[in-house]
Design a binder for this molecule. Structure first.
Ligand code: DX5
Ligand code: ZN
Length: 230
């Protein structure tokens, strides 16, 4: 067994106050967030719309940790350079977003950014096999992408186990996105995940004026996740 990587908690700003992203990002980082997860949706690949490269660029200067940009868009390739220039550290594209995901991962790597590959709940772990050497991160969606606050899909836990086995010693993060709470976090870290995205479970009960609940929420998820580490 390889040495386990430290658990990273990546709050999704999809659950933040959209009119106050700068202060929301300062608040979650001050309260212990390891990464900042940014959900880009196009109203086509997923049934919801969020924001594009100009907003990602505008919030970049508020992020002092890692900006983890999750692209739920199709096509992806025409926008990779714009998100790289906007300052993403990790750019994650969906395997289902088009016929040329291999090319997409190559194009992300060519910008010098970390390349992430996201899998919808209906996509099997085996689909990743020919792409592993192009990935710095694999994101297992534990909800159908498009909205925060959905229910965790338990059938994805076996996929996390399978992916960890396939990854072996490669330096690839396994990120989980959707429905992460102190109750579900241990299920996925026990299966080998090391990056946990959480939107509603981090932002619930707090605000920029009252950020302490963000910290309590992050600590509760982290404690539960670490206790289950294998
Ligand atoms: C869903 C997004 C997630 C979402 C997670 O499409 O990719 O990042 O914000 O929200 P919660 O943690 O509330 O499920
Ligand atoms: Zn996401």
């Amino acid at each position: 067994m390889t040495l386990a990587r430290a658990i990273k908690i990546a709050p999704s700003i999809l659950s933040a106050d959209f009119a106050d992203f700068g202060r929301e990002i300062h608040a979650i980082e001050a309260q212990g967030a390891d990464w900042v997860h940014v959900d880009v949706m196009d109203g086509h690949f997923v049934p919801n719309l969020t924001f594009g490269p100009p907003l990602v660029k505008a919030i970049r200067r508020h992020v002092t940790t890692v900006m983890d940009v999750h692209l739920m868009i199709a096509p992806v390739d025409p926008y990779i350079d714009a998100f790289a220039e906007a300052g993403a550290d990790v750019i994650t594209a969906h395997l289902e977003a088009g016929p040329h995901i291999h090319r997409t991962l190559q194009a992300i790597r060519a910008t010098g950014k970390k390349a992430g590959l996201a899998l919808n709940p209906g996509t099997p772990a085996e689909a990743v096999a020919p792409l592993l050497d192009l990935c710095d991160l694999i994101c297992v969606m534990t909800v159908n992408p498009g909205f925060g606050g959905q229910k965790f899909i338990h059938s994805q836990i076996d996929k996390v186990h399978s992916l960890r086995g396939m990854i072996g010693d490669r330096p690839i993060h396994v990120e989980i996105d959707g429905g992460i709470t102190p109750e579900t976090a241990p299920l996925v870290t026990a299966a080998g995940a090391d990056v946990l995205v959480a939107g509603s479970a981090v932002f619930s009960g707090g605000s920029v004026a009252n950020p302490a609940p963000y910290g309590a929420n992050i600590r509760a998820i982290r404690a539960a996740a670490e206790a289950a580490r294998r």
